[in-house]
Design a protein around this ligand. Structure first.
Ligand SMILES: [Zn+2]
Ligand SMILES: [Zn+2]
Length: 360
């Protein structure tokens, strides 16, 4: 049995052996009137995939297909769909597949903070079905979370925008990134590299903040105007005292980020937004006394409206994020997981060649 009764995917079967996934067939969720089926052509590898696969966020229902930076073509459209999505459209699906679309947050275009949020993989819907992600032949999802992709963005470069890209773009957009603003990006591998590109494209003066100067050349090429290596210059926060209007923290671990130093480089009223979703055991530590006038907060994904805005920016300015492609397979998922775990990627993986791996 195959589509539409069954999907096929590459799944983590054991958190302890997460780097060795297996191929599985599984039943899709029930098809509702607002649902869309997407035949997948590519999927980015997000840090969340690693955290979830490795069990950093607790035991998940296994086997689990991760992946939430999906690009594909629409093959089925529910009878009540009204967003204009059509069969054959090239679309993206990010890290969210459901929201109530009726609460105050949803109605004000913050459905990414809806209390009924369902994430693209590993979370039960209200009917009990546990969502499965994009290392698979297909994904079935509510039309609101199916995003049209502008023609001039290549598929492998579009995929990482759907989670990583929007996650760093949303706090930039919502906190005044633009001309005459000085914006810092902390942690410039992975998602951070997109932060540098977007902040520059939005017109800000951009500061790349990293522990060592290993990525300095890349950061300047990506659009940073300044580079700060915090571990190589213990006085860095004195040199850049009261400089930045906005900082987005993209480091995968917050334990390593020294917030006591970071607040000193902020102008008043500066804002520090973290987008990290680290291991369950991590805690953020800072001295409350050092905080006067600086706001610290968290930002999670982005809305459909913000995603459309990001795609418009990337399309109009022809922005190119840095992506390594791998042909989807059990072997490639192993390789991507292993290299991501070691931080060995410049700066994002996208799985491609789905037609070669999956008979559909
Ligand atoms: Zn809602
Ligand atoms: Zn993600």
């Amino acid at each position: 049995m195959s589509y539409p009764e069954k999907f096929q995917g590459i799944a983590v079967a054991d958190h302890k052996d997460w780097k060795n996934p297996i191929k599985i067939d599984y039943e899709p969720k029930k098809f509702y009137d607002h649902d869309v089926d997407v035949e997948i052509d590519a999927c980015g590898v997000c840090g969340s995939d690693i955290h979830c696969a490795a069990g950093h966020w607790g035991q998940k229902k296994l086997p689990l297909v991760v992946g939430h930076e999906i690009i594909g073509r629409v093959v089925r459209v529910g009878p009540k769909c009204h967003t204009g999505v059509k069969k054959g459209d090239r679309v993206g699906v990010g890290a969210q597949v459901y929201a109530c679309l009726d609460c105050e947050r949803c109605k004000s275009d913050y459905e990414n903070y809806c209390p009924d949020f369902v994430t693209t993989y590993s979370q039960p819907y209200k009917d009990g079905y546990v969502s499965q992600g994009g290392y698979a032949t297909h994904v079935r999802v509510h039309e609101h979370f199916v995003i049209p992709i502008p023609e001039n963005i290549p598929t492998h470069l579009a995929a990482p925008l759907l989670c990583g890209g929007i996650t760093v773009f949303s706090p930039l957009l919502n906190n005044g990134c633009g001309p005459n603003k000085k914006v810092g990006i902390v942690g410039i591998g992975g998602i951070g590299h997109m932060g540098l590109i977007f902040a520059k494209a939005m017109g800000a003066e951009v500061y790349a903040i990293s522990r060592s100067s290993r990525k300095k050349k890349d950061a300047l090429e990506l659009g940073a105007d300044h580079f700060i290596a915090t571990k190589e210059d213990p006085e860095w926060y004195k040199k850049f005292s009261s400089t930045l209007d906005l900082v987005v923290v993209c480091a995968s671990s917050l334990t390593d980020v020294n917030f006591d130093e970071l607040v000193k480089v902020m102008r008043i009223p500066g804002r520090i937004l973290s987008i990290s979703v680290p291991d369950n055991s991590e805690r953020l530590t800072l001295k409350p006394m050092e905080l006067p006038g600086v706001l610290i907060g968290n930002s999670c994904l982005g809305s459909r409206k913000e995603l459309l805005e990001l795609l418009k920016l990337v399309s109009e300015k022809n922005l190119k994020i840095w992506v390594e492609t791998l042909p989807i397979s059990v072997k490639s998922v192993h390789e991507a997981f292993d290299r991501m775990d070691k931080g060995d990627v410049r700066y994002r993986f996208t799985f491609i060649d789905y037609d070669k791996e999956f008979k559909r």
